[in-house]
Design a protein around this ligand. Sequence first.
Ligand code: ADP
Ligand code: ZN
Length: 602
Amino acid sequence: MKQAALALLQSVFGYPAFRGSQADIIDHVVQGGDALVLMPTGGGKSLCYQLPAMLRDGVGIVVSPLIALMQDQVDALAEVGVRAAFLNSTQTFGQALAIEQKMRQGELDLVYVAPERLLTQRCLELLEVCPISLFAIDEAHCVSQWGHDFRPEYIKLSVLHERFPQIPRIALTATADQATRAEIISRLQLENALQFVSSFDRPNIRYRIVEKASGRQQLLDFLQAEHVQDAGIVYCLSRKKVEETAEFLNQHGVTSLPYHAGLDIKIRTRNQARFLREDSIVMVATIAFGMGIDKPDVRFVAHLDIPKSIEGYYQETGRAGRDGLPANAWMAYGLQDVVQQRRMIEESEADENYKRLQSGKLDAMLSLCETIHCRRLHLLRYFGQHDSTQPCGNCDVCLHPPSAFDASVVTQQLLSAIYRVDQRFAAGHVIDVLRGIDSERVQQWRHDQLSTFGIGAERSEAEWRAIIRQAIALGLVNVDYESYNALKLTETSRAVLKGQQSVQMRKYEKPQKPSKKKASVGYIETDLSPQGQQIFEKLRSWRMETARLHNVPAYVIFHDSTLRDIAKANPSTLSDLRGVSGVGEKKLATYGEQIVELVTSL
Ligand code: ADP
Ligand code: ZN
């Protein structure tokens, strides 16, 4: 069986070998077993159900909440010669009827179905009379009521097991935490499924978290230095900030589009389609954007605001670099973020349990931001993957180790300043007092008389903000949202104030403007020879044309990584082209001659 799967992988998809546990998963499902697959975004989940569906008799039913992306998924399969279709509300009755007909006659390998559609009486009855190879439940974390992707229809998918007990089911998700996993198993009745938990590492993604000064300008500097003409996603917390940031980037020559739930559905769909189809669009979005977006050449994901949890951060950053080429996960974060997120939790309508849970998740996120150790190890440990112990060499901490310092004294200064102003003032005023600034408010409250006035004059405001932020992250200071964000002492402050507990902090470094690298798509293609680079660029314009002609996203024709490999191989015959990763039989037959001609004519 494994041989047959490998043969299909090579001939249809043009890939030389399986990745990670793909082969085992496919083998298990082909033999009729149920599976729960946890793999990071970009890990290669789709093949885990596509190949078994092709190898088993009947049609594979893929349940997916992502109606807007079904057309592209089906087009991509058609490009490699797989017989696929979808059933959802965007079709006319006649179109759906034609698909149903083909399903009954066994003329399709894969059909994508929206969950609400699947649950209709009509659809369930259709499935009774069709030969079915498997059920794949994609984005399975949508059953989780705690997650922000919750879809009520997903809960009812247990009907599949009840009505079709003999048909194998494979549930897939990129969400790693234990609670979600347990919820998927119980709600979908997957108690007997074999679990396949992949390494969550994404080695090609470089994690960087910088101190926020002027967020937007820092983002622009970063894009101009490293991502000219690259596709990427910028996440912001609010709709307003999304709009403003997109406008700001456009004004500075970065083609950007906004995406958030407040936009008209037509505009949202159009912006998403442009992002997928064009080569170098920056999408500025709230977290409403991104699930199921399998654009492989997203070169960066930037966060202008801190995400609510490490799960969110990891899912969002995971959308970068699915093609395995180098990609950046960049984030700017500051004191204001911490204050804002804490307030949002406090002010939410949720019950105390939920608030505590959210608060714990935010704390975990903060400690990732403040860590002075390898970010990747920190992330992997958070997801319970303790096997790697070597610092990664591909995160900001590994590349430019920050220095830590003994912050016990400076923390004592901070805590006593907070105490002396009666725990009634926010960070700005506390910093003024520490630095000895004679502000109006200082005058008004006669805080220049305090013993703590000016004891921290040698530190800049930014430095003090960094210290306060870390003190909050360490639980030494609280922010009271009910009284104008006043800073307060905590239970743990006392030990530090009394000198019984020392404090380590990250040494403050002024944010630096990144140095400009070669301004072009340069970032990822540096290992091509000048001639290879020329071929690559020619291939890229050819791909753009071809994609437009076929009305599909460019990556559906070939990925950047495949174009690069072709450029390296410099093929002069069809057989030179065969065996390049990503060139299967059908694509070889369709595009082979055009490509050889294009390359040899240079
Ligand atoms: P996921 O759904 O897990 O996020 P995908 O199934 O979209 O990931 O796969 C991510 C990318 O990796 C896709 O572009 C896919 O074509 C590619 N890929 C998957 N498996 C392999 C493999 N065995 N060899 C080479 N490329 C692969
Ligand atoms: Zn590292």
